[in-house]
Design a protein around this ligand. Structure first.
Ligand code: FAD
Ligand code: NAG
Ligand code: NAG
Length: 582
């Protein structure tokens, strides 16, 4: 306990005095023998790396077209990689190591951002980072209404996976629902020069396939987003009891344009975000610098991880609960990173939309000292966690909440492991026409939890996360966020999208040679059941049906869920097989 307090006090001091940070590593690392692609967490499932023979860095649309033409002419498997690669599933990997493949990077394709004030739209190159887009739009007196909470994404990447913030108002919280045009480069016949640009507007039949396309239809060259006149927002967090959450959740979405709820089940706490737009002349120049996306001292990130690991090894639920309660107190004190000015001085915090919707200060370096980074930077042995995200049809959500409450009420301490992170973050997305978007008004739940360094190590309370995961995706029909989750979440995903068939039709039309599909992306899109190997359930590669899918040696057996009895989860069991002494 003292150790944790110590760490958190340090964290405080470091945040206040923070100076410089190292930016995240480039996702593509090459040498004379080839290249390796990672995601930003430096890990990709059981077979970690993605090997490719080369990567191309086009800087203009014509160079982008030539890159696709070259792939089409030579029938090379191809995927786009961005400067960030912040997607968790292995969607961007073009091939298995024995196939010829090429990566097209949008890192250098980011020069054009054109705001058209009269039509209230902005058109940007697909490699443009979200922050650059937002700053340009705000400078022109406009605002982009929707964005994910994390700004480390590109224009092409953010619409490809259905990324979202939170809103049931207007066009809603998903970024792709604010897109009015896409220029897509697809393979073509030899006569057409092997690749061509298709310019799609909302009324085009292919448009609804192309906004959320997982990088599987071609290369997005440019995206046009609709804008509104610049506005400010006023935010207040209410840290309160979670007693009434089932009854309050929908009113909350209706009453607050950008409302969300953080639910910390072990702490019996819900944090309601009261968040509405206010006129531009409202006083206030606040910033939302979300605490989880600020840069941390590398030393602190390492020791927070080491502490979490120590609690895991000691099977100390109490230790985790102490961390969870201190973390929550710290968030309350700092308003999750909202700042009226340089610091938080009180609610409400009022600021420009461009400073309030999305953040990611750990992304930027300011030279000299290199003692800070994003807390999960793979180079530092910092945080390492899973992120499960289920998107529920609104009418099923309250039943899901009640089930989770039942599970919590059996033993609330079992939930401390998620409450160390952001608890269950509840957000709202509106019905969308995108084929791989949400076909009805929906509620999104994210939760993060400890991931072991070694995939064969079972984790404290992992049965609880597995039960919630299976409840979400199988009992209540939740759809997995395309950019997050473990493999099990994607099982049967195709049957959850009424327009899935139309997406596949569009794919046949735009990419008949299937150049933009790989075994990796197919695994996600088609949600295939994998061959169940020993230990496969530990990392969410499968659902256990036998003890060997868990870790019988370490006392984890395949058992039923406690509330959702059909769930099959790996639970630490006293009657486990004796530990092998080697
Ligand atoms: C810390 C963190 C917080 C996050 N918070 C949120 C959140 O609040 N809400 C949310 O919805 N998501 C969130 N995400 C997920 C994130 O929004 C998505 O992963 C997003 O897709 C990442 O964008 P990227 O530019 O890094 O794309 P990448 O991860 O590089 O690419 C995503 C996919 O799109 C394809 N692609 C990219 N560019 C193009 C292009 N030009 N043409 C064709 N295909 C392309 C890639 O091949 C890949 O398949 C978060 C992720 C992290 C790491
Ligand atoms: C070069 O990259 C390959 C993989 O592409 C890797 O196996 C090898 O270790 C790397 N060599 C050096 C010297 O970095
Ligand atoms: C916070 O939420 C609780 C529960 O809904 C409510 O009773 C209370 O009035 C709210 N506080 C503020 C300041 O709005």
């Amino acid at each position: 306990m003292a150790g944790v307090v110590h760490h958190l006090i340090f964290l405080l001091i470091f945040i206040i005095t923070k100076t410089n940070a190292i930016p995240p590593p480039n996702p593509v690392q090459c040498n004379s023998t080839g290249c390796i692609l990672h995601n930003s967490y430096g890990v990709w499932g059981d077979r970690k790396d993605c090997h490719v023979s080369g990567v191309i860095y086009p800087a203009t649309e014509e160079e982008l077209r030539q890159a696709v033409a070259n792939a089409a002419k030579n029938k090379l498997k191809t995927k786009v990689v961005t400067r960030f690669s912040h997607t968790i599933p292995k969607l961007a990997c073009p091939a298995t190591s024995d196939q010829n493949a090429v990566l097209i990077s949008t890192e250098k394709y980011s020069s054009s951002i054109a705001v058209d004030a009269a039509s209230k739209v902005v058109t940007a190159d697909s490699g443009v980072p979200l922050r650059a887009l937002i700053d340009r739009v705000e400078a022109a007196g406009m605002s982009l209404v929707a964005a994910p909470y994390w700004e480390g994404v590109t224009v092409g990447g953010v619409i490809s996976t259905g990324a979202h913030g939170s809103s049931w108002w207007g066009l809603g919280g998903a970024v792709h629902d604010h897109v009015v045009g896409v220029r897509l480069i697809v393979p073509a016949t030899a006569a057409e020069g092997y690749a061509k640009v298709v310019n799609l507007r909302t009324q085009d039949p292919l448009f609804n396939a192309c906004v959320v396309s997982l990088g599987m239809l071609g290369v997005i060259s440019q995206v046009t987003f609709s804008l509104e006149l610049a506005f400010k927002r006023s935010i207040t967090y209410n840290f309160t009891s979670d007693d009434d959450i089932e009854n309050l959740v929908f009113n909350h979405a209706k009453e607050y344009e950008f409302g969300d709820i953080q639910w910390y089940p072990s702490q019996n706490t819900a944090v309601y975000k009261y968040d509405n737009r206010v006129p531009l002349n409202t006083k206030g120049d606040g910033v939302n610098d979300f605490i989880g996306f600020q840069s941390n001292s590398i030393l602190i990130s390492k020791s927070v991880r080491a502490t979490e690991k120590a609690f895991e090894n000691a099977k100390s639920v109490k230790g985790k609960c102490t961390t969870a309660s201190i973390t929550l107190a710290y968030k309350r004190l700092t308003a999750n990173g909202l700042k009226n000015n340089l610091i938080f001085t009180g609610y409400p915090v009022v600021g420009h939309q461009g400073k309030m919707q999305t953040s990611g200060s750990c992304l930027y370096s300011s030279s000299i000292a290199i003692d800070q980074s994003c807390a999960w930077d793979p180079r530092i042995n910092g945080l390492f966690f899973y992120e499960s995200t289920a998107i529920f049809p609104a009418n099923k959500f309250v039943d899901f909440l009640s089930d989770v409450k039942k599970l919590r009420d059996l033993n609330s301490e079992n939930f401390c492991g998620v409450d160390i992170y952001n608890g269950l973050l509840i957000r709202f997305i509106k019905k969308s026409k995108a084929y791989l978007g949400q076909s009805e008004d929906s509620v999104v739940v994210d939760f993060n939890y400890y991931r072991a360094d070694d995939p064969s190590t079972p984790r404290l309370n992992q049965d609880v996360w597995e039960e919630i995961e299976q409840m979400a995706f199988f009992k209540y029909g939740g759809r997995p966020h395309w950019a997050k989750n473990r493999k099990v979440a994607f099982l049967d995903v195709r049957n959850k999208y009424p327009n899935f068939g139309k997406f596949i039709e569009a794919k046949k039309q735009l990419d008949p040679l299937n150049l933009f599909s790989s075994d990796w992306s197919d695994e996600i899109l088609f949600g295939k059941q994998v061959v169940k190997k020993d230990g496969c359930a530990l990392e969410g590669e499968c659902i256990c049906s036998e003890d060997r899918h868990c870790s019988p040696d370490k006392g984890y057996l395949c058992q039923s869920g406690l509330v959702y009895e059909q769930a099959r989860v790996c639970r630490r069991s006293i009657t486990a097989a004796p530990v092998k002494l080697i």
